[in-house]
Design a protein around this ligand. Structure first.
Ligand SMILES: Nc1ncnc2c1ncn2[C@@H]1O[C@H](COP(=O)(O)OP(=O)(O)OP(=O)(O)O)[C@@H](O)[C@H]1O
Length: 265
């Protein structure tokens, strides 16, 4: 892939020296400490790291849900730092899809209406054939008139995935999308995400604690103390778990050290 001075030519998400600092004085926390990364179009990236390493902060800054303290984020070619709140909301609505651990469906709406909601909110009229296709893809064609309360957890997450994909976003961000699912259902949902990368060239970025989930991605990034400290291409779950064990032990040592000597990371 060709590189430009600003990063990869076809990076959907580009972070350049992103810092995110919370609090001040003794309570200051550097949740992100100079993160630079390109996430290429049509790829599936998993983000892992010990608790408190900055995964959610990374996702929020990359998705334009939160603003970095310094550094820049470019999403689908747009520099987010230049955008006003309203413009940012519009960009998220049009170019970003989200899948959360809690499915966040509207309980009063049926499957089809939940799926088409983002399109309607953006003021565009859903094209029936495209909606049919995405609902078919996630295996819910026979459940379109059901409400979320009548569906299993896995089916509800499929609705959320269809809702995220229907706008054909530049990137889908997943925050522990399989965190609330049993192992078998989680695998099915991950298979669907993987398929979306394959059949639609979808770009996906997913925060997860689960090495098996990370093994579905093309690349796994490892965060520790707000920095990307490692990356694995097409790793197995065992490789990811092993890397996490090292990072976990390292994080524990850091915590013990901080308790003894204090820290303002
Ligand atoms: N709003 C906030 N105010 C102050 N500190 C915050 C805030 N949000 C996050 N932090 C701190 O920033 C650091 C990174 O938090 P973040 O939630 O990004 O980590 P994480 O890797 O997603 O953790 P987990 O796996 O436990 O969800 C932590 O030390 C956290 O306490």
């Amino acid at each position: 892939m060709s590189r430009t001075p600003g990063g990869l030519a076809d990076a959907v998400v580009h972070l350049d020296t992103v810092h995110k600092v919370y609090g001040g004085g003794k309570n200051k926390v550097a949740a992100l400490d100079g993160v630079s990364i390109d996430l290429p179009r049509g790829t599936f990236t998993a983000v892992m790291g010990p608790s408190g390493s900055g995964k959610s902060t990374f996702l929020h800054c990359a998705a334009g849900l939160d603003r970095p303290t310094s550094g820049s984020v470019r999403l689908d070619g747009v520099d987010l730092s230049g955008l006003k709140e309203k413009e940012l909301t519009k960009l998220r609505r049009e170019r970003v899809g989200f899948v959360f651990q809690a499915f966040n469906l509207m309980p009063a709406l049926n499957v089809r209406d939940n799926v088409t909601l983002p399109l309607r909110l953006a003021g565009s009229r859903p094209k029936a054939s495209e909606v049919d296709e995405v609902i078919e893809r996630v295996g819910l064609a026979s459940r379109q008139k059901h409400r979320p309360g009548e569906l299993s957890g896995g089916q509800q997450q499929r609705v959320a995935i269809a809702r995220a994909l229907v706008t054909r976003p530049a990137v889908v961000f997943g925050d522990e999308p399989t965190g609330a699912l049993d192992t078998r259902t989680a695998r099915e949902v991950l298979g669907l995400l993987r398929e979306a990368v394959q059949w639609a060239g979808q770009t996906i970025v997913m925060v997860t604690h689960d090495p098996v989930a990370a093994a579905h991605a093309d690349r796994t990034l490892f965060l520790a103390d707000g920095r990307i400290v490692d990356a694995l291409e097409r790793p197995t779950a065992d490789m990811v778990a092993e890397r996490m064990t090292h990072l976990g032990a390292w994080a524990e040592e850091r915590t013990a050290h901080d308790r003894q000597y204090g820290a303002t990371r």
